[in-house]
Design a protein around this ligand. Sequence first.
Ligand SMILES: Cc1cc2nc3c(=O)[nH]c(=O)nc-3n(C[C@H](O)[C@H](O)[C@H](O)COP(=O)(O)O)c2cc1C
Length: 131
Amino acid sequence: MAAVDVPVTLKIRTGWSPDNRNGVTIARIAEDAGIQALAVHGRTRSCGYKGDVEYDTIAAIRQSIDIPLFANGDITTPQKAGEVLNFTGADAVMVGRAAQGNPWIFREINHYLATGNELPLLKGQKSETPC
Ligand SMILES: Cc1cc2nc3c(=O)[nH]c(=O)nc-3n(C[C@H](O)[C@H](O)[C@H](O)COP(=O)(O)O)c2cc1C
């Protein structure tokens, strides 16, 4: 990234469509271009938000690049965060919709990953998980 002095990061999906899941290729191109960290949403462009996230491609990307990797998509609980980290080998998770109305999820995830235990609900905090 010779054009700028600041670190440049990138977020991608796993490919254009299920028939063209080229996330590994794009990730390698990004790393070669000097991208400092990569986030991957485990759906393709054509899938929009339909269907389940698949984490296989994120795991394959982890095996293909050395820069820090964020796994993203459908991470709604601390337990799911732990499962996705274990399955993909990603360095971190990125949480989107599950944080809407539930900004406590980040400390809940941190606590769970550090201790294996769930944090008690805060006063006024609702227990349901957004979908
Ligand atoms: C309101 C909203 C705005 C978003 N804006 C962006 C954006 O500007 N750029 C981007 O890469 N993804 C954007 N996303 C996608 C999320 O970053 C994320 O990849 C996607 O929601 C899947 O993760 P999740 O299941 O944790 O929500 C947005 C999602 C939502 C719900």
